[in-house]
Design a binder for this molecule. Sequence first.
Ligand SMILES: Cc1cc2nc3c(=O)[nH]c(=O)nc-3n(C[C@H](O)[C@H](O)[C@H](O)COP(=O)(O)OP(=O)(O)OC[C@H]3O[C@@H](n4cnc5c(N)ncnc54)[C@H](O)[C@@H]3O)c2cc1C
Length: 464
Amino acid sequence: LRCTIPERVITPHHTPPGAAVPVAEQTLESFDGGTRFAVRVQRPERYREVEAPGPESLRIVRGGGYSYAAASFGPHSLVQDNSRFDRILDFDPVMGTMECEGGVTLERIFEVATPAGWYLAVQPGYPGITVGGCIASDVHGKNPFRDGTFRRQVVSIKLFHPSHGVMVLDPGSACDPFDLTCGGLGLTGHILSARLRLTRFGGGRILRRRIAIGSARDTIAVLEEHAGTAEFVYTWQNVTVAGVGFGRGFLYAGSMLEPDPGQRPRFSLRTSRPVPGNRGRWRWALLNDRTARVFNATYAMAQALEPSCRDLSLFESLFPVARRVRYFSLFGKAGFCEYQILMPRQAFVDFIKDLERDIGRLGTGVTLASCKLFRGRPSLLRFDGDGICIAIDFRRGDAGERLARRLDELTPAYGGIPNIVKDSRLPRAVVRACYPQFDAFASALQAFDPKRIYRSEVSERLGL
Ligand SMILES: Cc1cc2nc3c(=O)[nH]c(=O)nc-3n(C[C@H](O)[C@H](O)[C@H](O)COP(=O)(O)OP(=O)(O)OC[C@H]3O[C@@H](n4cnc5c(N)ncnc54)[C@H](O)[C@@H]3O)c2cc1C
């Protein structure tokens, strides 16, 4: 283990500006395929190399690169690839706390913590995502109603910013640097490491039940029935067929089983591992407006043929897409759009009626619709609050653009908020109209960093 950062100290700059850290030209693409730029990329390996670009140089940190939007690169910034900061600095298996560098992946945390009886209750659905990326996007997991967002597990953060040196940040007051960094899109500085609070895992398997949903209008009731008790709660719904069956699908509710003393726990880690740049390697889109309906019907049939109760490993339950990542490649080079909205409960049914009408009218093939129940407090640019989260995937193209633009109108009209890191085309006006604290975030960021050193395509598009 190597930890050279002094505790609770503000350091001056150690490295003279321009110190040699190799820089490569690389073309990076957002995971949804919507944005790509040739950028300069650096892969620092030591803390002093993080400082090397000099105090004024524009930059942005890149974690796993799994944001659907270009949050970790931009046309004017040096990209600091954080993958070499991948060490677990401390793990207390009695208290269930872990300190790790920002580039540690969720998979690595799983490997170390789970055999010792701990796991992260809030984590996004792909194992290659990093701790830095989870903090910067304040991500949610499989049951945000019960567990909240990633921020709730963060005990402290070590953050570097050229104007402030290294700071140790604890949860404190509104708009302080900790508050700005959680969900701050990487704009407050470089997360060197974080101390995380883990949740007990008894070592058993997960019993995942599949419960039928008759139509989109039943979504709230079925989510409410299970979100208070189950560990993992989310839906898959088919919104390609209008009428009574619109939004028909399944709710998946996973609960932990007591470990079976006769059975050795398994910590399955088998996954296919796409790097974000590989997603669009297929030229043709097998998933498109014409095939979406068949795709949904086939998936529904395949699910219905499976037993309604399945016994899964914790890994499979946390990362259900880990073995289904080919789904994203099926959109081909053109890519896809995921519009994810957190909608107030009282607006959901009316929103669904509009969605049903608009999908039919615009001819967009929705390849996936999935809902989760949320409970939280909305603030700054965090995707958090009380309500129902719905994610809708469709192929990028004319029909997709029409639906995305319509959702840009519906989301503010119904009081929803769009997830900024899930959509590489989201216009500033929509984000500003939906997030009541957009201006508060912008001015707090400006006060913290008047030179606005950390920038990405997302921050430039949003005018931050
Ligand atoms: C298959 C898949 C499933 C997903 N499931 C979910 C889900 O269930 N819930 C959810 O909320 N999201 C989900 N996401 C989105 C994903 O969790 C977020 O976009 C996350 O931020 C990606 O983290 P990353 O490590 O890939 O970072 P990047 O995509 O590289 O960066 C994301 C942001 O974090 C910043 N950042 C990264 N590291 C640091 C650091 N060390 N210091 C400062 N800033 C940093 C970047 O600057 C950028 O702003 C999913 C994405 C995929 C591809």
